[in-house]
Design a protein around this ligand. Structure first.
Ligand SMILES: NC(=O)c1ccc[n+]([C@@H]2O[C@H](COP(=O)([O-])OP(=O)(O)OC[C@H]3O[C@@H](n4cnc5c(N)ncnc54)[C@H](O)[C@@H]3O)[C@@H](O)[C@H]2O)c1
Length: 326
């Protein structure tokens, strides 16, 4: 079997993670290039992964003709680069957030549909083993009917104020679109489609975007979610808690094992074993498999649009709240 030829556009933090994930599957793919407008950054990654560096992603695509690419640039660049990649009928793993708006996301999805090329949005938490374990517990009915979900992704993001992450034009917003986008995706995976959203945001740093956000969401089946993220709280916490009529489950990203759960009448928590590779490595494997077999990824374009609809509704709700409180 010939190996898929993969390339990475954007050699920053997550670009390095995509390269590491592809490098974990040497029998499935060959890394044929990495591009970054910062050529030194591309060169450093190229040296690490024994590939070729480019300063211009279009030059790279012309030169190496990859089967698949990862888009790992700031969100403003997702749309123009994705349209270019789709036009060339190259499969694409596009980082989150899908883009800055629903309209941009819809344009990306339409371009790949028209081209008949594979598009996967990099909602990596879908591949996190404890998330998959709790999905299974819910699917097996072990927790009974799911009633409430709580999530917190909180940490201190030191470079927020001085990076593109707080430039509204580059990022499309602040922590809501950057980090809470994962929370919404995980909530949808556990509870189904979001039909109601209320939101509050606040800004502590001297920046133009929100650096803390709390959403209350309700799924079509009536599950209530409380999703909370902050870039300014120094004690790092990343967790999901799921309560059902028969028990509770916890996804604690700091814990060493898998998900843990406790059913009605249980004296102790049961911790599931964690055996799988990390979520980025599994995400890459799924993407490569979809490209190889021309199958629709389990994180599809439709998922990207659905998540961005919740994001936009949340920003609208937060603005209305601000008006009412004046
Ligand atoms: N899935 C996750 O858990 C996760 C984690 C971090 C970041 N991300 C996402 O990944 C994307 C990149 O984030 P990051 O943390 O790697 O940012 P970063 O700033 O570390 O890296 C971005 C890189 O893109 C490069 N770049 C900018 N314009 C370019 C262009 N036209 N062509 C090629 N390269 C270009 C920059 O020079 C930079 O090196 C964002 O969408 C972000 O939200 C996802």
């Amino acid at each position: 079997m010939t190996k898929l030829r993969v390339a990475v556009i954007g050699a920053g933090g997550i670009g390095g993670t995509h390269l590491r994930a592809y490098a974990a599957w040497p029998d499935l793919c060959e890394i044929v290039g990495v591009a970054d407008v910062d050529l030194a950054a591309a060169q450093a990654r190229a040296t690490e992964y024994n590939t070729t560096a480019f300063a211009d992603y279009q030059v790279m695509l012309n030169a190496v003709q990859p089967d698949a690419v990862s888009i790992c640039t700031p969100p403003k660049l997702h749309l123009p680069i994705a349209l270019d990649v789709a036009q060339r009928k190259i499969a694409c793993l596009c980082e989150k957030p899908p883009a800055r708006t629903v309209a941009e996301t819809e344009a990306i999805v339409a371009a790949f549909e028209e081209a008949g090329a594979i598009l996967q949005f990099a909602f990596c938490h879908r591949f996190h083993e404890p998330v998959r374990q709790v999905q299974e517990l819910i699917g097996q009915g072990k927790l009974g009917r799911v009633v409430q979900i709580y999530n917190r992704f909180g940490f201190r993001f030191d470079r927020a104020a001085t990076s593109w992450f707080t430039d509204p034009d580059m990022a499309g917003g602040g922590i809501l679109i950057d980090t809470l986008v994962h929370s919404i995706d995980i909530f949808r995976a556990l509870a189904g489609e979001v039909v109601h959203v209320d939101a509050a945001v606040s800004t502590t740093l001297p920046v133009q975007v929100e650096d803390s956000a709390s959403l209350q969401v309700v799924s079509a089946s009536g599950v209530i979610g409380s999703l909370n993220c902050s870039w300014v709280t120094p004690v790092s916490e990343a967790e999901f808690r799921v309560w059902g009529t028969e028990g509770e489950a916890i996804i604690d990203y700091a814990a060493s094992g898998g998900a843990r759960y406790r059913l009605a009448g249980d004296a102790e928590w049961t911790t599931l074993p964690a055996q799988a590779p990390d979520r980025f490595v599994l995400q890459a494997a799924h993407f490569l498999s979809c490209v190889r077999h021309q199958q629709r990824p389990k994180v599809s374009g439709a998922d990207g649009i659905a998540v961005m609809r919740v994001i936009e509704a949340a920003y609208r709700a937060a603005r209305q709240r601000a008006l009412l409180s004046v």
